[in-house]
Unconditional design. Structure first.
Length: 182
């Protein structure tokens, strides 16, 4: 089944490819396509906080997202739900740390406060989340599991690549990006 392409996807594909392959030497088509689709998805504000609590409110705090991903001690109803939430946490961490690092606390707090996370904690949890997603490597998840393992391992490079994308967007399309993500 063919899914409809987002109108911004060709634009983001080119931006990501120019920076990941052209400037960083990351010639990984699967990651380039994935990150471009991620930018398309998060261009719609409601998708950034799509993990919801029991009352349907968006979860904004990293520690609460992690709780929502835990099928044993948290609120994830299944291991498939754990994978979906962990995938979102990885996506959220990559996007925020690459495109909007100024939205994050500079110094790690003593403990995570509601709605606040440090850059370091977000990167750590993002890498871990993609690694966990990569461990779902059977049946319908088998084909994309290796890409999530690479995303976990190359997380810092992918963040840097997104910073390059952000810089290109700021130079070529002034006003295209909001200044902050809340």
């Amino acid at each position: 089944m063919q899914t409809e392409m987002h109108p911004l996807e060709p634009f983001f594909q080119q931006m990501v490819r120019n920076n990941y392959a052209g400037k960083l030497g990351m010639h990984d088509t699967a990651i380039t396509q994935y990150v471009a689709r991620l930018l398309c998805e998060f261009s719609e504000a409601d998708k950034l906080y799509k993990v919801r609590d029991e009352e349907g409110r968006p979860i904004r705090a990293l520690d609460e997202m992690l709780q929502a991903a835990d099928p044993v001690h948290g609120s994830a109803p299944s291991f498939d739900a754990e994978r979906a939430v962990r995938k979102h946490i990885g996506d959220y961490a990559l996007f925020l740390s690459g495109m909007y690092p100024e939205s994050l606390d500079a110094a790690p707090p003593r403990r995570l406060r509601y709605g606040h996370q440090s850059y370091e904690e977000l990167v750590k949890v993002g890498k871990e989340s993609y690694y966990i997603v990569s461990q779902f490597n059977l049946e319908e998840y088998a084909d994309e599991a290796p890409m999530f393992r690479r995303l976990s391992g190359w997380f810092d490079r992918c963040i840097y690549g997104l910073r390059l994308v952000r810089d290109d967007l700021a130079q070529s399309k002034p006003g295209f990006l909001p200044e902050r993500v809340n």
